[in-house]
Write a protein that binds this ligand. Sequence first.
Ligand SMILES: [Zn+2]
Length: 274
Amino acid sequence: MSQLSRRRFITTVTKGTASIAILGVAACSGDSGSGTSTTVTAPTSPSTTTPPPSTTTTTATLSATAASTTAAPLGEAAFAWERVNLGNVSAYILERSGEAVLVDTGLGGSAGDIEEALGRLGLAWGNLGHIILTHRHGDHVGSIDAVMAAAPDATGYIGEGDAAAVAAPRPLTILNGGDAVFDLDIIATPGHTPGSISVFDPIGRVLVSGDAVLGGGEPGSVAGASPRFSQDMVAADQSVIALAPLQPSAILPGHGEPVTVDAATKLAALAASL
Ligand SMILES: [Zn+2]
């Protein structure tokens, strides 16, 4: 089954109104007409940057052809994400206006796959400015050496509680909950490891959850951190509960499939079950 591995978000903010066009492309499908897209309009106040999804209404369905013409009129900021599917684990690239953030690096030997994923966005190593590591484990930090070598100007980041456990060729910048990197919100999600962090893009409403929230056994479902591989399940459950109010439109987990349908509802249900 083909997986939706790429979505492009185009956001226009005008007086009191945020219009978010979500244009999806089924990357592995030979059927060019299979992509779906929606335009979502929601009210927002000048002081609120994240309109609640509960007030959104689907107003239009566009063709897949429209997804490939992403020229943004003045005042629009393009946002896209790309999965680096490494088999057991995924890294993700978040892109805004030609600048890229890599979240996690996979096991050692993953730099080639990351380079290919950059290419699918029309980008190269030179566009990579930030590398955020969600936590210390080798399947997430394993290619930090090669990635930093390929992107010599990129800054690396890791959560404070995991920083001492990771060796990188350049010093890593320490992150805590409430920090921001390239307008991405950093959320402390301890439990899987003490320094686990998640990354939330408030424009695309995409949550890169590391191993704090996983893709469930059924593709499209969500699960909490693995009890087998997590250090503190009480903290891990609290982290899931803390993420639910973000109401993400997509959850991009370190393991399992991205959740792009009813992500907020599924995350809320998971949090309520803990
Ligand atoms: Zn892990």
